[in-house]
Design a protein around this ligand. Structure first.
Ligand code: C5P
Length: 222
């Protein structure tokens, strides 16, 4: 049977990874979180005190590191070389620096190479910013997931609370809006809806409702 590629793109905190994970599990597809790869490189850069203004320095660093995923009982874990960095890549120092690191052309080229290798002949759900436009331009299904900044910040706020992290709502909102602005206005493969992507607005929808919507689209060609 033919392998299936599902590309899910959209702005920060729109729920991409949540629905991508559920969809992948339901269908038995691989799940690839490309944002985690840019985050892992950013974490490595911060740990090594690399100069974030130097594309060549970051490029050399990327050449020396491996980024991998491992499926565990409690979900997918992210590894930087042998180190489990699943939680570390979500800290705000990383979140606030990742857009800068991911804007460099050579960094993106190498990441896209690695992402395309993960895909090879596997059925996959991949989420990010440039999956439908650059990484998997021939994906069977492309979804562009959006929600208002207000709603996305609210989800993040609640998620943080449930983890025992107290955040300032307005700061969160600003960080999300800033990251969207940066990702959408960069020169190299900016965040943009692919021409053939289906727009799904998740505002006011529950997670199962969003998954159901995507599954319905998927079933039209399975
Ligand atoms: O998806 P997540 O919010 O974890 O992504 C973190 C950052 O990584 C994004 O804000 C963006 O700057 C970058 N990114 C990217 N291309 C992707 C995935 C993520 O530039 N395909």
């Amino acid at each position: 049977t033919k392998s299936i590629q599902v590309a899910i793109d959209g702005p920060a905190s729109a729920g991409k990874s949540t629905v991508a994970k559920i969809l992948a599990k339901k269908r038995g597809y691989i799940y690839c979180d490309t944002g985690a790869m840019y985050r892992a490189l950013t974490l490595s850069a911060l740990e090594n005190k690399a100069d974030l203004d130097s594309e060549t320095e970051l490029e050399s660093l990327l050449e020396t590191i491996t980024i991998s995923f491992k499926q565990k009982e409690d979900g997918q874990h992210v590894y930087l070389n042998e180190q489990d960095v699943t939680d570390e890549i979500r800290v705000s120092d990383v979140t606030n620096a990742v857009s800068k690191v991911s804007a460099y052309k050579t960094i993106r080229e190498e990441m896209v190479n690695r992402q395309q290798k993960i895909t090879s002949s596997n059925s996959i759900v991949m989420d990010g910013r440039d999956i439908g436009t650059v990484v998997l331009p021939n994906a069977d299904l492309k979804i562009f997931l959006v929600a208002s900044v207000e709603e996305r910040a609210e989800r993040r706020y609640k998620e943080n609370l449930s983890k025992g992290i107290q955040t300032d709502f307005e700061t969160l909102k600003k960080e999300i809006a800033d990251r969207d602005h940066y990702d959408s206005n960069r020169k190299n493969s900016p965040l943009v809806q692919a021409e053939d992507a289906i727009l799904v607005d998740t505002s006011g929808l529950t997670i199962p409702e969003v998954v159901q919507k995507i599954e319905k689209e998927l079933k039209t060609f399975l």
